[in-house]
Design a protein around this ligand. Sequence first.
Ligand code: UT7
Length: 332
Amino acid sequence: MPGRWNAAVTAVAKYLPERRLTNADLEKMVDTSDEWIRTRTGIRERRILEKGLGSSHMAIQAARQILDHRGIGPDEIDLIIVSTVTPDMMFPATACLVQDGIGAKRAWGFDLSAACCGFLYALVVGAKFVETGAHRKVLVIGADKMSSIIDYTDRETCVLFGDGAGAVLLEPVEDPETGLLDFLFQVDGAGGKSLYMPGGGSLNPSTHETVDQKMHFVHQDGRAVFKFAVPSMADVSAEILRQNNLTGEDVALFIPHQANLRIIDAAARRMGIGDDKVVVNIDRYGNTTCGTIPIGLTEAVEEGRLKKGDLLVLASAGAGFTWGSALLRWGI
Ligand code: UT7
């Protein structure tokens, strides 16, 4: 439960690379069709970051916009948390690259790895530093260059993912009804083998053999992940409302992880909310893993879909398995 302060989002930003990879492009690369991709996933195109740039590039662009929007200098940032499954390197942490990139001289930081739930987990961890009074300005970023770990000869995964980043600034507010109000997180490690990248870690360090066996790419049992994700994301989205004595009527906006339009629709139905209250951008960006929720939040703000006092629910489900939801009241 929150302490003396609540942590509220006071600025949002997103960065999407320019280059588009459309379903028509993918039809030329693998045995797939625009019709299959659209009807099974809801995706029409995704963005691809150029070679020679890593996730930190997108994170830094989003972080700079946050400073601009909020009108603050980089040395006012206390803490930087980057959620990513595609750090520039195993180490140093991408948060260190962002700290240097924006010149946040006073900040410390770290990366948080929770796959599709990375941003949600990072948001709540960041909020705790604000709620305790330890920090006043925490930058939480979700950034993934999924194209760096995708096998573009595997039609079962290459159609799903894209590159992108989003960021939020968390600051203390005294109103106990504003900012992060509640969260619900779960993990089931037994699902690990359904969605993973086996190579490049300490278990299977990169060798010619691991590369020949394509262990440096995403491996997914799509059906198994789908079977887990549909009920899990729907459960946590509905349960966070129930435990706060709320119904879908009370929710102004639902911002789900963008992995599959069918998973999003199932969660919205379970919450009892209509399409007009659901943020969907999977058609334009695909699944950007840690980027999906902050990108969706930023677009909702840009489109004027949120006003002070609105209740919003964020939710995700993915590799780990990890799943979770967060309840916030908008304060700006
Ligand atoms: O954020 C990370 C979490 N990840 C997810 O949430 C992903 C969850 N899973 C999914 O979204 C869906 O399972 C997929 C979109 C990956 C697949 O949709 P599906 O309705 O579960 O299809 P399926 O895996 O049951 O495959 C149906 C058929 C198969 O052919 P057969 O065995 O029926 O002959 C696949 O080989 O579709 C085939 N297929 C494709 N066909 C054309 C698989 N990928 C493609 C493709 N184009 N890209």
